[in-house]
Structures are given as C-alpha cells and as structure tokens.
Design a binder for this molecule. Structure first.
Ligand code: PLP
Length: 396
C-alpha cells in the first residue's frame, strides 16, 4: 500500500541529498573530529561547514551554533543555563501551549521552587500581549516562548514578544523546532538570546539538533565532559547526522519561499475541501498567522483516534494532538488552552505536509474523508444529544 504521509510535524523523511551527504561518514570516514591526524581533521572541517549552513538558515554567526542530540536537549539546555547563570532570579515565563520539551522542564523547575507563569492564549491560539506584558518583572530568569506551535501551526509574534523582553533586559529563548526551515528566521532582526532547532523536522536525521546562543549570552553547559563544541556541549559528535543537518539546512534555506508557497497551496486545498465536504468541521488556530504546512481541524461528535485508524487503513498518516501524547486519550493541552469545546478537541486531527507531499496525496484524502466522517458519525456514542452535557462538563 502506498503511504500518504501527512504527519511531517511529528517527523520528516530524510532528504535523499542528506542521506548522500551522510553516508561516507557512516562508512569509510569514521574518524573522530577531535583527533590530531588528517583523517579526523577532515571530519572536523565538515562539522564546521555544517555549522556555517545551520547558522545561515537563521542568519546567525557559526560560533553561535551548538550541536546537540535533539530539540528537547536544546530546550532543556537553554532553560537550565538560564537558571544556573542567574541564581537569584526565581521566576520563569512560558506558555500553556509549549511542547513537553519546554513544558515539562518548567514543571520540573516549579517542583524545585521556581515560580512559573504559563501564559494563556486566546481562542485562536494566539499570544495575549496584554497579559504577557503584565507578567514581566525583574525576577524573571528566562522567558521561553515557542516560535510556532506544533499542533496548530500558529506562529507567535516573536519579534514583538522579543522586543518586550529586551526592553526589560529579560533573557529570551524560543523553541523554533517547527518554524526553522519553514518560515524565514533572522536572529539579526529578532534579538532572541537562544533558539532551538531539531534536525528531524527539516528532513535531516533524528537525534540531532542545534541551539543558537547569541554571542555575549552567559551560558552554562548542560552536558559536561570533553571539550567538544568549544566546551559548551560535551560528547563525541554525532558526525554523520550533524553533516546531514548542514545539508538539510542549506536545502531548506535555498528553497524556503518556493516551498512555502507550494505547501500553503496544497494545505489550503485540503483544508477548504474538507470544510466543504464534511459537515460540522472547523479549523483550530489563527489562519492568518500559521506555518505553511500545517492545519488542525476538528470534526465534532467523533473521536480523532477513530478517524486516524480509518485513515490508516488507506495508508494515510496524520496525527491527533502531538505524536508524543498519542497513545493516550488525553485531550490536547494546546486545544484545551485555546478553549476549543470538548467535542471538537476530541475530534481533532492535525495534517502536516512536506515538500514530498503531492497533489495526488491531497486528492486521496479528499476522496476518502467524507465517507469516513459519515460512517463514524453514524456509529458515534457522542451523538449530538451528548454535546450539550459534554460541553458543560468541559466548562466546569
Ligand atoms: N519542540 C517542538 C515544538 C516540537 O514539535 C518537538 C518535537 O515534536 C520538540 C520540541 C522536540 O524535538 P526532538 O524530537 O528533536 O527532541
């Protein structure tokens, strides 16, 4: 069966160009980049070349990029470094819609006695700037606010948020895992102090990431040991994956605008086709400020998981909530933070496209989805009668 992969915010296919670039470093060129001999020295130069390419994707300087093992490590490192370098400051600011990589580290800090503010979002999943401004004080060690949301694709006004932080001298980190490679990011224009990137969301390998740390930012390493990454992240480098990430960043950078319009065209066709052909469907999130590849749609009165299972029978891969929380029937914390009604939260599906998505993939979904929704509604225990009760319960 042909796989129709529309779950690219969970992970992406490695680009063939990236595999090609990585292969020699998984086979013949196995040297250690820290070695003195030429065999290792060559690898060191390739890593520095990858660093330049990743830096170029966000208009950073190469020595502002630290390679890590994943987006989660980069997020944890940013937060840990901030609290360690400012021991007197005890307040952390983040949002209610962050990925668990930030959210759970903040809960961990809360358990250690830090005061953590989880900022609310509005019904569109957008930042409430007024609330944010009211929360800012001199005790903040770091504000960590994501660039774009993994479940809805909503892009936060990072330039404005960052401006507010800088006016008050607050250290600012953004999780740009879903934004990097999909929308332009320029750290010379948006003065974030730290920014997270993950390889497997932009057609590089899993298990590699990067953390941008602006020159002059006080930094404490999270992983200590050898002198790799100029002492900022110990451990022998994941050479092939780092080199692959460089290639992936170069590809994403070069084709950013072209890909963005290709993706938003396909995305909009799928979205409007589903809204037209499936009754009681609604889109979650700010459609004016969204990643070009993502949309999140709710089908009232049915379970998202049931829709996923039926789509799976056709080889169609999508997601309900984030991949990390699937497997449990816990409703999405992002949609709940947005105040999406109970029945709609449970019937929500995320479609996320990539450069490898085709018109035929979109047609395939459009041809099967109305039938799936009709069938499931007929079988659903969440009939319309249940709606009033469940909405009331959710509002309690
Ligand atoms: N941040 C966001 C917004 C994500 O979507 C993800 C992964 O889904 C992560 C962080 C974690 O990245 P990684 O899987 O590389 O640890």
């Amino acid at each position: 069966m042909k796989i129709i992969y529309l779950d690219n915010n969970a992970t992406t296919r490695i680009a063939p160009e990236v595999v090609e670039e990585m292969l020699p470093y998984l086979t013949d060129r196995y040297g250690n980049p820290s070695s003195m001999h030429t065999f290792g020295g060559h690898i060191h130069r390739k890593i520095e070349d990858a660093r330049e390419k990743v830096a170029a994707l966000i208009n950073a300087e190469p020595d502002e990029i630290i390679f890590t093992s994943c987006g989660t490590e980069s997020d944890n490192t940013a937060l840990a470094s901030a609290v360690e370098s400012q021991p007197r400051k005890r307040h952390i600011v983040t949002t209610r819609v962050e990925h668990p990589a930030v959210m759970n580290f903040c809960h961990h800090l809360a358990r250690k006695g830090y005061r953590v503010t989880f900022l609310p979002v509005d019904r569109q999943g957008q930042m409430e700037m007024g609330t944010l401004l009211k929360m800012l004080d001199d005790d903040i060690a770091i504000a960590s606010i994501m660039y774009a949301n993994n479940e809805t694709g909503v892009i936060f006004p990072i330039e404005r948020i960052c401006g507010a932080m800088k006016e008050r001298g607050i250290l600012f980190h953004t999780d740009a895992v879903q934004a990097a490679g999909k929308i332009p990011i320029d750290v010379k224009k948006v003065p974030v102090d730290m920014l997270t990137i993950s390889g497997h969301k932009l057609h590089a390998a899993k298990g590699v990431g990067a953390l941008f740390v602006r020159k002059g930012t006080r930094f404490h390493p999270y992983i200590r040991g050898g002198h790799q990454e100029r002492g900022r992240r110990a451990g022998t480098e994941n050479v092939a994956s780092i080199i692959g990430l460089g290639r992936a960043a170069r590809l994403a950078h070069r084709y950013l605008y072209e890909e963005s319009s290709y993706l938003s065209g396909l995305r909009d066709r799928l979205e409007s086709g589903l809204l037209k052909s499936c009754p009681d469907a609604s889109v979650n999130g700010d459609r004016q400020s969204r990643l070009p590849n993502t949309f999140n749609i709710s089908f009232a009165f049915i379970e998202g998981e049931a829709i996923l299972l039926r789509l799976n029978e056709y080889g169609i891969c999508a997601s309900s909530g984030s991949a990390c929380t699937s497997g449990s029937l816990e409703p999405s914390h992002v949609l709940r933070a947005m105040g999406v009604p109970y029945t709609a939260v449970h019937g929500s599906i995320r479609f996320s496209l990539s450069r490898y998505t085709t018109e035929q993939d979109i047609d395939a979904v459009l041809s099967v989805m109305p039938g799936i929704i009709r069938e499931l509604r007929e079988l659903s225990p969440f009939g319309r009668d249940a709606l009033t009760c469940r909405t009331d319960c959710a509002n309690e």
